[in-house]
Write a protein that binds this ligand. Structure first.
Ligand SMILES: C[S@@+](CC[C@H](N)C(=O)[O-])C[C@H]1O[C@@H](n2cnc3c(N)ncnc32)[C@H](O)[C@@H]1O
Length: 359
């Protein structure tokens, strides 16, 4: 189910292949951006604003039956209660498969430097499940969560601050402030992911930890190749439409496949570690041995996450110009395919962590 390895030639090739779709109306990818620099408070001033209910309401708009952030034209997945619940469940599966934290994190956040509290930054925090864990597991640390919408947690730990900001606009106000900089599954809202890697390197203190996790908006076959042609799997067709839609909005859906290269060639980092995790999309394995039973059990929970993600994709796909009957057809067939658990497919999640050089 989960494995750790360097990407093979074949696997890195996945990123360079673009699927084509006959379902989209003809039009060029846009580089639609969020707000310009001028519209944001001047860095290095922190971008935080205090959260009144009217400000909270102003953070959202409704599209295609879902609550969407009102700030970025790039990120078009929902940011409503249903999506946050999905992210919370997904977080639990990630912990089971990937472990709670990358191995160096507990040592890096240890309470061992009198007079200098440790600090952790989570970019694109969503529901905040990851940064809430860090804030509670390391109560001596100061933690900061950034997203396009305010964090909704009812019980915010006193050491956690939530900021609303578009990280595409740069992170200058955070330079040199953090022992850990983390981002997970944000690529669909990022215009220049390699630039983000560089920005995050500058936010880190010397010896600090970078931790990035992404998936590539592809579905993989049982031989671990991305399914790029239509007609093999409805779920793969649906995901390829999402990949295309994210591109059109100006995001970087394939960033996962490039993380290792981008971090390795950034001279700020050393001790770069690459890990990949294969998530079975439905309980399609046969066998009664303990490993098979475990994989099928995890995949059942993961399938629920995917079924919710099919619903989350509607504003992204419909907002990209796809006709509703097309979205309905692909979504419904993908749902049926996953429930029948006959198509043997995977989602590939890639993780890179590295330390900021001390020299
Ligand atoms: C799929 S969710 C993942 C949330 C969380 N990192 C997790 O793993 O559960 C992506 C989150 O990134 C945020 N995001 C995407 N692009 C962003 C941007 N440019 N600036 C700030 N947040 C962004 C979205 O608002 C959303 O909450």
């Amino acid at each position: 189910m989960a494995c750790t390895s360097a990407p093979s030639e074949d696997e890195s090739d996945a990123s360079s292949v673009m699927s084509t779709s006959t379902r989209f109306p003809a039009s060029e990818a846009t580089s639609a951006t969020s707000h310009d620099w001028e519209m944001r408070s001047a860095s290095p001033a922190p971008s935080v604003y205090s959260m009144t209910s009217s400000l909270r309401a102003a953070s959202y708009r409704h599209e295609y039956g879902r609550g969407i952030n009102n700030y970025s034209e790039v990120y078009r997945l929902p940011a409503d209660d249903e999506e946050f619940e999905r992210l919370d469940h997904q977080h639990i599966i990630f912990i089971e498969v990937m472990g709670k934290y990358p191995p160096p994190l507990p040592q890096i956040l240890a309470d061992d430097t009198p007079g200098e509290p440790k600090t952790c930054l989570d970019l694109g925090c969503g529901s905040g499940s990851w940064i809430l864990d860090v804030s509670r597991d390391f109560p001596h640390c100061n933690t900061v969560a950034v997203d396009l919408v305010p964090m909704q947690a009812l019980n915010m730990p006193p050491n956690l601050r939530s900021e609303v900001d578009d990280i595409n606009l740069g992170l200058q106000h955070f330079y040199g402030d953090f022992n850990v900089a983390h981002a997970r599954l944000v690529s669909s809202g990022i215009r220049d992911y390699e630039g983000l890697v560089d920005q995050m390197s500058q936010c880190l203190r010397l010896g600090g930890l970078l931790d990035l996790t992404e998936f590539d908006f592809r579905v993989y076959s049982v031989d671990k190749k991305p399914i790029l042609t239509e007609g093999v799997s409805w779920f793969a067709d649906w995901m390829n439409l999402c990949n295309h839609a994210v591109h059109r909005n100006g995001g970087e859906p394939d960033a996962a496949n490039q993380l290792h290269r981008w971090v390795s060639r950034n001279s700020s980092f050393e001790d770069v570690v690459y890990r990949e995790f294969w998530f079975q999309t439905a309980p399609w394995r046969s066998g009664a041995d303990a490993a098979t039973v475990r994989q099928n059990r995890i995949s059942q929970v993961f399938r629920d996450d995917i079924l919710a993600f099919l619903r989350s994709g509607r504003p992204l796909l419909l907002g990209s110009g796809l006709a509703e009957h097309v979205v309905d057809e692909v979504e419904e067939n993908a749902r049926r395919e996953l429930m029948e658990a006959r198509t043997r497919t995977y989602i590939r999640v890639e993780n890179v962590y590295a330390l900021k050089r001390r020299d």
